[in-house]
Design a protein around this ligand. Structure first.
Ligand code: SF4
Ligand code: MG
Length: 329
């Protein structure tokens, strides 16, 4: 599809010594230009790995990462560098990625200078423009990272990422370390940047409620697999999710007017990705698990409205029949 800018299919390249961890197991993800995809799951589910693989930071085997139809692994030289620059990752802890001995001006200006991306006005013009764009006073250009609050540092990290003119941001738990009130501000900033710069965002979070307000679509991962993908409105709408794992995550989101079948939390620990349970990986924790779930991996099935889910319930239609029966009681 011409407007499809990101396509990922595959497994993570295993390092030679066994055991090989398939951190990503037949994952396929397409992100459309200008879309905000919320990628959700507990820690260890492979969402950060997927984000890094998409950004070209991790080698993959048996798969492909495409940008606008081009396999990024096949790019060489300047093409490869340009592609790398166009996808930027915003991490959880900006402090660990901001050099404490460099000023804001140096931090933001470095990559554009190295890559020949400075505007006519030079570093100062670029830095002033980017600081204003992320909501910081341009007078702070001479300061050092430790002189900023956590929220301000995350804004600096965003300004630095924007300095190389990316069109795709992978936000990996970018607001998880911030106070709740600051989280909302930074989410608003991402929304503004998306609108003003036409950015595409992959917004990675362990918290489903965080992605609700920013994402057009929610993709849920569990132990290296995508278990559900749907428009955000549908996941949070009256019909809700089709996959029990998503429903469990959703039940942890405080809600006022919820109807139908819910359970309060995901029971048990997430199993080791080294030896994931057979069949449906979620079966040891699933309140609906059946015999088939222990032996047979459920395929990711497509439903109407751009919704897909991998679950044996209801002949593969997921939670919907159970919810209908429950609310008819
Ligand atoms: Fe639960 Fe079975 Fe569906 Fe897996 S396939 S989520 S174990 S009902
Ligand atoms: Mg992570």
């Amino acid at each position: 599809k011409p407007d499809m800018i990101e396509r990922f299919v595959g497994r993570l390249a295993g390092s030679p010594p066994p055991p090989t961890v398939h951190a990503l197991d037949d994952v396929s993800l397409e992100v459309m230009k200008g879309e905000v995809v919320g990628l959700v799951g507990e820690s260890g589910c492979g969402k950060s790995t997927l984000g890094r693989a998409i950004a070209g930071m991790l080698p993959i085997s048996g798969g492909v990462v495409e940008r606008q139809g081009r396999d990024i692994a096949s790019l060489k030289g300047r093409d490869r560098m340009e592609m790398r620059l166009r996808t930027q990752i915003i991490f959880q802890d900006p402090m660990s990625s901001l050099n404490p001995r460099k000023t804001v001006r140096q931090i933001i200006g470095e990559a554009p200078r190295v890559h020949g991306l400075l505007p006519a006005g030079g570093v100062d013009a670029l830095v002033a423009d980017l600081l204003a764009r992320v909501g910081l006073d341009t007078a702070v250009a001479g300061r050092y990272p430790h002189q900023f609050s956590g929220g301000q540092r995350q804004r600096l990290g965003i300004a630095r990422a924007l300095a190389v003119q990316p069109d795709f941001l992978v936000c990996d738990e970018s607001i998880a370390a911030l106070d709740v009130s600051i989280q909302a501000q930074v989410i608003n900033l991402f929304m503004e940047l998306k609108r003003d710069l036409g950015l595409t965002l992959l917004f990675i979070s362990h918290d489903l409620s965080v992605v609700q307000h920013i994402s057009d679509r929610v993709v849920v991962m569990y132990l290296g697999r995508i278990v559900e993908s749907a428009p955000t409105d549908e996941i949070f709408g009256p019909e809700g999710p089709r996959h029990p794992y998503t429903a469990a995550l959703l039940a942890e989101v405080p809600r006022i007017d919820r109807r139908g079948h819910t359970f309060s939390t995901v029971k048990g620990e997430i199993p080791s990705p080294l030896s994931p349970p057979g069949g449906c990986h979620f079966h040891p924790r699933c309140p609906f698990a059946m015999d088939i779930c222990k032996t047979t991996r459920p395929a990711l099935k497509d439903f109407e409205g751009g919704h897909s889910a991998a679950c044996h319930l209801d002949g593969g239609a997921g939670l919907r029949a159970i919810k209908r029966n429950t609310s008819n009681d």
